[in-house]
Write a protein that binds this ligand. Structure first.
Ligand SMILES: *Cc1c(COP(=O)(O)O)cnc(C)c1O
Length: 377
């Protein structure tokens, strides 16, 4: 059996090597490393795939979030609500701009931001909400959009873990994650569902006016060369990454299905165990399993991880520390009772290997050993 890894980029690469190498050779021959034709091609392809009017490529997902908040014209001291249980980038972008992050708790079963907690945190300074579609499943967007309309707030989706997920509205129509709020942000970090071979990101919007501002903002605030109407940054997707993403986008649905197959296998085998809780699937979104994350119940999560490692089965904790406990983000306004769910999740979640190349043999080995260890604990 091949060694098990959390993510297997090499196995995936081997299957598309010829196409990738041809695509990057073309960039080498053109020497148009920045703003080559591949970048425009990729934004067009992603616009079609996501059915969104504007894709603005940028350097990474963290920049995408920062640029989104810059384009909204928020002012220092304005408050932005986001989840306590997410990757640090979400809250970092808020803080970097002098805006005030207002962290709120998440839902215990699907791990996404809780609309009731959002509503409690809204005050006259609140200007925006950043829901994160955590682990590859959408946050409850209809409730969040309703709140945004009621209180006149922007919605910026952090779809870094959710490229390709469908949101199913109550009336039956669908939209891709990242195309529902005012602006969506995504990441092409290599291990993301649509991963480049380096850094990359994109900003999504259906709003023409915002699209124009987003385009200036990633390009030094410049509309006409060397005339700077806004304060901007330099954040670009380079031509090599765009060429690679053009190849990989064609396989994204297939890749997401392979993750779903692996998740279904895990679910089947693990669902009956009294100490393990399989990931909940919500009705308003499919799940593309950026992570396959279990909750442990009545056993030590850390011991479980250690014993799995002893049998060469890697597992990861996404995320071990609630954001409100991170030194850089402490806030005296928070009370202990504000984050009961997140605090519990940080102690009990464990993510299993999930990627496009897991074999039946590996899945069998993982689940067989996991059940054995969980019984012993
Ligand atoms: C990966 C990730 C980001 C940041 O993306 P980078 O491209 O690494 O900057 C932001 N938010 C979430 C939820 C992520 O998982």
């Amino acid at each position: 059996m091949e060694e098990i890894s959390m993510v297997d980029l090499k196995g995936q690469y081997k299957k598309i090597r010829d196409e990738i190498e041809k695509a990057v050779q073309n960039v080498f021959h053109s020497t148009a490393f920045i703003n080559g034709k591949e970048v425009k091609e990729f934004s067009g392809n992603l616009e079609n795939y996501l059915n969104v009017k504007h894709v603005i490529p940028c350097g990474n997902g963290t920049d995408a979030l920062q640029v989104a908040l810059m384009a909204l014209g928020l002012k220092p001291g304005d408050e932005v609500i986001t989840a306590d249980f997410t990757f640090i980038a979400t809250v970092e972008a808020i803080a970097l701009l002098g805006l005030k992050p207002r962290l709120v708790d998440v839902r215990p079963d699907d791990f996404n931001i809780d609309p009731d907690s959002i509503e409690k945190a809204i005050n006259e300074k609140t200007k925006a909400i950043i829901p994160v579609h955590l682990y590859g499943q959408c946050a409850p967007m209809e409730d969040i959009i309703d709140l945004a309309q009621k209180y006149n707030l922007y919605v910026v989706e952090d779809a870094a873990q959710a490229t390709g997920v469908d949101y199913l509205f109550e009336d039956g129509h669908k939209k891709k994650a990242g195309t529902i709020g005012d602006i969506g942000c995504t990441s092409f970090f290599p291990s993301k569902n649509l991963g480049a071979y380096g850094d990359g990101g994109a900003i999504l919007t259906n709003n023409d006016e915002l699209a124009e501002k987003l385009r200036y903002t990633v390009n030094h605030g410049m509309k006409v060369k060397y005339y700077h109407d806004y304060v901007g940054i330099n954040s670009r997707l380079d031509s090599l990454q765009a060429a690679i993403l053009n190849v990989k986008l064609k396989y994204l649905d297939k890749y997401n299905m392979a993750r779903q197959d692996a998740a279904r296998y895990y679910d089947q085998i693990l669902k009956e165990h009294k100490n393990l809780v399989i990931p909940k699937k919500v009705t308003w979104s499919n799940h593309i399993f950026h992570q396959y994350t279990l909750k442990t119940k009545g056993i030590s999560r850390d011991l479980l991880k250690e014993r799995l490692a002893a049998r060469e089965i890697p597992a990861m904790i996404y995320y071990p520390v609630p954001l409100h406990c991170q030194k850089a983000y402490q806030n005296p306004d928070y009370s202990d009772k504000d984050f009961i769910v997140t605090e519990e999740l940080c102690k009990t979640v464990i993510s299993l290997p999930i990627h496009t190349e897991l074999s039946k043999e590996q899945l069998n080995y993982i689940t067989h050993n996991l059940l054995e260890i969980a019984d012993e604990l």
